[in-house]
Ligand binder design. Structure first.
Ligand SMILES: Cc1cc2nc3c(=O)[nH]c(=O)nc-3n(C[C@H](O)[C@H](O)[C@H](O)COP(=O)(O)OP(=O)(O)OC[C@H]3O[C@@H](n4cnc5c(N)ncnc54)[C@H](O)[C@@H]3O)c2cc1C
Length: 446
C-alpha cells in the first residue's frame, strides 16, 4: 500500500494480549517495545482455552502450537450437578475439519511462554520485540504518545497499545472510566494432578479430552468447570458459587493458597466423583470477578486498548483470551503492508469499528452464560436438551458466528467505507452473506 511506513509502537502489558499484538505487529514490519510492570511477565497456574477464532491467528503468526503442550478438545460436556450424568453434550470431533482450526486447551504459563518466544525471539518474521520489565505505566498522553512510568522513565511512541488488563491504567488516558460491579458469583480455582486422581482410583477425566461443566442448567451461580491441560497431566478446576457464600473481591490471585475445605464448603450435593477430585486440589486461589459495562470506544489519539483493558468479560464463554488475540490480529492486519497507508487515525478508527461490536457481543453473551449454560457457545446449539432455554433465541451467540467470521473481510469493508471505494465481496461485517445461523438468523437480514 502506498504510504506504508514503519512505526515505533509501545505496548503496555506483557500478558497474552500484549505478547500477541507484539508478535502480530513485528510481523507487519514495525518496531515494538513491550513494557511490563512485573519483573517477569509471568502467568497464573491455570488453564486457558483457545477456540478456532483464536487458534487461526496463532497459525497466521507461525506459532508452533505444540510448544504449548495443548489438549485438543473433542467435546463440551455439561453434567448433572448431583449424578454427573451428561445433560448436554456438544461434539467437537468435526470442529477442526469444519472450521479449519482446532479448539485447544493450554496451561496459561505454557501459552504465555510460547507467545513470548515468538514475540521477542530472534527467529521469525520482522524485528524481535523488546521487552522491558519493571516498567509500570503511570500515565499516557494520548495526543503525543508519551508514556510515563512509575520508575521515572518516559518514552514516546507513534502508537501506544494498552494491553494492561482489567485494571488498565491506559484506559484512563483515553477518558474511559468503567462502570463496574462485583459479579454475583465468586470463583475459586484449584489444580488436580491427574496422576494423583488416578492413584486414588477416581475417574480419569483427562481421558475425555473435554471441557466439562457440572451444573449451570438451573439458573444458579453454582458451576464447576474442568479443563484438562498440559497434555492431560493437569486438571484445572474453576469452581463458581454465589458471592454471599464467599466474597473474594478484596483478594487477588498470587496470595496464599486457600484451604481445600473452603473450596468444598459450598457444594454439599455435588457429584461425589468430582468432589473427590476437588478434595485433592492444590494451589486453591480466588479469582475476583467483576462485571464491566461495555466501554463506548477503544481508541483516542495515538492510543488504543486491547484485550481485557478494552472489553473485560466474565469467563463463561472462555473467550477472553481469544478476544485479545483477535484484537491483536486486527491491529496486525490494519498496520500491514497491504492495508496501512500511513494514516494511523484511519487505521485506529477501523480497529474501533471492527473490534468493539464483536467484543461487546461476546461480553454480553458471557454475562448471560454465567447463570445459564445454554447461552454458552456450543451448548447454545443444543436445542434438544430437556432444560434448554435462552433469553432470546435470535440474539444468542453460537459457535458458527464465532468461527465463520472473516476479519479480513470485515476490515476490507470498513476500510472501503473510510476510503470511499466500493466493497464488492459477499460479506457483511465479516460474515458470509446468506449464512444460516442456528439462531435462525440469516446473515443478510441482520
Ligand atoms: C484464571 C483465569 C482463567 C481464564 N480462562 C480463560 C479461558 O479458558 N479462555 C479464555 O479465552 N480466556 C480465559 N481467561 C481470560 C483471559 O485470560 C483474559 O481475557 C486474557 O488473558 C486477557 O489478556 P490481556 O493481555 O488483555 O490481559 P492480562 O492477561 O491480564 O495481561 C495484562 C498484563 O499487563 C500487565 N500490566 C498491568 N498493569 C500494568 C501497568 N500499569 N504497566 C505495565 N504493565 C501492566 C500485567 O502484569 C499483565 O502482564 C481467564 C482468565 C483468568 C484470570
Amino acid at each position: 500500500m502506498a504510504g506504508w511506513k514503519q512505526l515505533d509502537i509501545g505496548v503496555i502489558g506483557g500478558g497474552i494480549g500484549g505478547l500477541s499484538v507484539a508478535l502480530a505487529l513485528r510481523r507487519s514490519g514495525h518496531l515494538v517495545t513491550i513494557y511490563e510492570r512485573a519483573d517477569f511477565a509471568g502467568e497464573v497456574g491455570a488453564s486457558v482455552s483457545c477456540a478456532a477464532n483464536g487458534t487461526r491467528w496463532l497459525y497466521e503468526w507461525g506459532v508452533d502450537v505444540s510448544k504449548g503442550d495443548p489438549v485438543l478438545l473433542k467435546q463440551l460436556i455439561n453434567r448433572d450437578w448431583k449424578t454427573g450424568e451428561p445433560v448436554s453434550v456438544y461434539d467437537l470431533k468435526d470442529y477442526e475439519s469444519k472450521w479449519g482450526y482446532a479448539y485447544f486447551m493450554f496451561h496459561r504459563q505454557y501459552m504465555h511462554a510460547m507467545l513470548m518466544e515468538c514475540a521477542v525471539g530472534k527467529e521469525g518474521e520482522g524485528r524481535a520485540a523488546r521487552l522491558l520489565v519493571n516498567h509500570a505505566c503511570e500515565s499516557v498522553d494520548s495526543e503525543t504518545g508519551t508514556i510515563t512510568f512509575k520508575n521515572g522513565v518516559k518514552a514516546i511512541h507513534d502508537l501506544v497499545i494498552g494491553a494492561d488488563g482489567i485494571g488498565s491504567v491506559v484506559r484512563k488516558a483515553i477518558d474511559i472510566h468503567p462502570v463496574k460491579k462485583p459479579a454475583d458469583s465468586s470463583c475459586l480455582h484449584a489444580n488436580v494432578m491427574t496422576e494423583d486422581a488416578v492413584r486414588l482410583g477416581l475417574v480419569d477425566y483427562s481421558q475425555h479430552d473435554a471441557l466439562e461443566y457440572w451444573g449451570g442448567q438451573e439458573g444458579k451461580w453454582d458451576k464447576i468447570v474442568l479443563s484438562p491441560c498440559n497434555g492431560g497431566k493437569l486438571l484445572s478446576y474453576y469452581c463458581f458459587f454465589p458471592r454471599e457464600m464467599g466474597d473474594y473481591i478484596n483478594q487477588s490471585w498470587g496470595g496464599q493458597d486457600r484451604p481445600v475445605e473452603e473450596l468444598l464448603a459450598p457444594y454439599p450435593n455435588l457429584d461425589a466423583q468430582v468432589k473427590a477430585h476437588l478434595a485433592i486440589g492444590i494451589e486453591v486461589q480466588p479469582w475476583r470477578l467483576w462485571v464491566h459495562e461495555p466501554y463506548p470506544y477503544l481508541t483516542k489519539g495515538k492510543v488504543c486498548l486491547l484485550g481485557d483493558a478494552g472489553h473485560p468479560m466474565m469467563p463463561h464463554q472462555s473467550q477472553g483470551a481469544c478476544m485479545a488475540i483477535e484484537d491483536a490480529g486486527a491491529l496486525g492486519v490494519l498496520f500491514n503492508k497491504q492495508y496501512f497507508n500511513g494514516d494511523i487515525e484511519e487505521s485506529l478508527a477501523v480497529y474501533n469499528s471492527v473490534r468493539l461490536p464483536r467484543a461487546t457481543r461476546v461480553q454480553a453473551a458471557a454475562a448471560r452464560a454465567a447463570y445459564n449454560i445454554n447461552e454458552r457457545i456450543g451448548f447454545s446449539d443444543n436445542k434438544h436438551t430437556a432444560t434448554y432455554k435462552v433469553e432470546n433465541e435470535k440474539a444468542k451467540l453460537t459457535i458458527e458466528e464465532m468461527n465463520a467470521y472473516d476479519m479480513f473481510m470485515d476490515i476490507e469493508e470498513q476500510l472501503a467505507a473510510a476510503r470511499n471505494v466500493p466493497f464488492t465481496r459477499n460479506f457483511i461485517k465479516g460474515m458470509p452473506v446468506g449464512l444460516d445461523l442456528p439462531s435462525g438468523v440469516i446473515q443478510a437480514s441482520l
